[in-house]
Unconditional design. Sequence first.
Length: 288
Amino acid sequence: QVWQIRLDLHLLNHDGNITDAASIAGIVALCHFRRPDVSVQGEEVTVYTPEERDPVPLSIHHMPICVSFAFFQQGTYLLVDPSEREERVMDGLLVIAMNKHREICTMQSSGGIMLVKDQVLRCSKITAVKVTEITELIQKALENDQKVRKEGGKFGFAESIPNQKITAFKMESAAVDTDNVEEQAEEIITKADPPSEVFAKPILHTPGTAQIGEGIENSWGDLEESEREEGAEEEGESEATAFECQTMETEDISTMRETKKDEPIVLSDSEEEEVVILEPQELPKKTR
């Protein structure tokens, strides 16, 4: 008979490099876990409660820790522990799991990038240093937790909740130097471009109406020379077209006047239908 242990990780917040954080959280949870004590006599197995016997830890011989490396510009730049924004723009990712004895437990490469042997060896050397530091931090945290439990102090969630480390986001207050704020503000204002002319009061054309910003030129963007030439050509074409239309209208009006003088105006069938007047028939004369 064996114990069946299941480890579930629930992510409360993610800011990149979730593989390394999950591996550290998982290995710490397994090292911190205690199972009930058991005794076996023949075929009889006895599981003791925590009141009868103290729970015992698991037999963990080494701690595999994951270290992630992000590569940029096809391996030109190497970055350890990438953040969420850095992961969005990276070309590839290499994850190496190693214990403090410099034994590689697993290695995974993802992304569209090919790595050479020297890059992998360099990452493995960096991983060995990082794993040693992280393993020492884990061991110190476990020792402090065990010490506080023996002394009867607060530990685990009881310690984290008052400090709002788990239930809320908390940032330590940072000191802000405000001694030279006025000097910096004046320097920025002097270097900045002067503001454009602004009409504070609206111009009243007629009672009850107003227009704001009249007289200000459009500062959205200066037109290029090609755009200016195209605009001038369009204006010239529009003026020429308007002049031609006006000339044609003048000719039509003069033609209409001459027609009125010389010939009578005849309405077409489409404008007015033919009118037929019905006359009453004459009664025949009576004869004797």
